[in-house]
Design a protein. Sequence first.
Length: 595
Amino acid sequence: MKILYSFALVIALCSFGVQSHAGVPQLISYQGRVTVANKSFTGAGQFKFAFVGADGAPSFWSNDGVSTDGSEPKYSVPINVLNGLFSILLGDDMLPNMFPIPPTVFTNSHVALRIWFNDGTNAFARLAPDQRISAVGYAMIAESVPDGSITSTKLADGAVTAAKLTDASITSAKLAPGAVSSNLMSSGQSGVGSGGIVFSLDANSASLMSIGFRNIGSMPWNQEHWQIRANGPGPRFAHTMVWSGAEMLAWGGGVAGQFLNTGGRYNPATDSWQPITTTGAPAGRWFHQAVWTGTEMLVWGGRAAFSSSQSNQNDGGRYNPVSDTWSFITTNDAPQRRSIFVAVWSGTEMLVWGGATDGGASLATGSRYNPASNSWRPISENGAPVPRTSCVAVWTGTEMIVWGGGDVSGGDFHGTRADGGRYNPVTDQWAPLPTNGAPPAAAEGQAVWTGTEMIVWGGLDYDHRTPYGSTVSLATGGRYSPSRNSWRSLSPLTAPASRGTHSACWTGSEMVIFGGVNREITAQSQAILNSGGRYSPTTDTWTALSLSNAPSDRAYPGAVWTGDAMLIYAGYNSNELNTTHTWAPSNALYLYQRP
């Protein structure tokens, strides 16, 4: 077989920077003509491409990344050819077997394009000769910029921003002496010396960006501090919050007799909120639960009334932040409607258990929801803990551990619990937790999983039958090890003040708690707190949180850990029970950075 060809080459690339600009694709447009046995070829052709040096070696680039010393690539790129004509964007990684072209290819003085072709009948043949890449005429003057030719007088205010510059494209040799400091001072800013870096607590400072600075990264801040961030979608409490890996998603809750089906997505990198769509969202509710699956937020249960004896739910929704859309969670075989229950994500299923149902009775039942099949199946009741509400739960990687809570029947509290259970979804079996060495009975406490232990702390002890009679808040806790099946106490030394309805996060080395209510015997008053503490299980010690710029006092604050900071959002600050709630400025969002 003899393959004759002719071709045309067009360069559609204005700059080979390390980082491509959105308006300048880093692609080379190649157009050519192929004939087979002196006839224009039509059909699905297979092509291979490489950029080589003057002597055919080395290979600077090939479509599949494996060519060396000008050798034929292993994998080909399919291209449709019509009447011998074809075109392709070299470096388009959306095409099969096509690698991007690294800008360093064109630091070589001689670069030639080498092509191999297969018509589907005959073997691959190399087309000859190699075709040298040449510069577009006007691009030749971009080789260098005369030293000192760009001064601050040649730049409009705000003309040079990080988004307009390729990384490392402007060096000190290309700037006139004093250009940066002159521009700074002309805009009312202080000059920064050569090699200087500006540090700012604001990751997206508009004033710094407007004068040409760009955010080059972050570094640990070794001083504990609070920051107030952008306001959220509105006051609320008994809402849910999850961390997606990049954003905090807050949804639902109640405010002033209303039950919300609204929420927002907060990005700490940009300090900005986006609303969560209400189209297709579940009905408004509070005291529900939400988990993050890795791609979706699952919301389920809760109630749409102040009383637990009314309007409990057994439905929910799945929210996808990428598409900003909701889809439904089936109610077929769903568990009994409930609120104030626990939920964990196992990696494949959402496990829900316990809570209060219509009429105010506590539950000892639960179910497992699989989003892949949009289906429910029950959790075994054999060996399950006794009914309870307002308990805590963690996922260990293999089991759900449930502890504490309140025993409710007919609207009355019959006491709090100091027991619990371990549920294994693989075997669908429960095992009891030991009570020897366990912390005191508590409801509305908090728990975190450290990777080896469950740490529980605080809560409210309802010792009598009336809902708020003789309620005592606790400043105690415990550490449960599944591998040892045993409890250890937490040091009470310098522990925070007693509380329940607070928030807790695990940082990777410490448990951080904040807010909550302090109740001491009396039924009609309580103290709302804006204090907190950090507990280190390694040293069994507490450290008080800084109160400088801390959020206002609040109960039921939502909290998530981002990987390097804690976000606190919303809550309520009523100091009177059994009355209409008053509200903290709880659409404010706070970020806590530990030392």
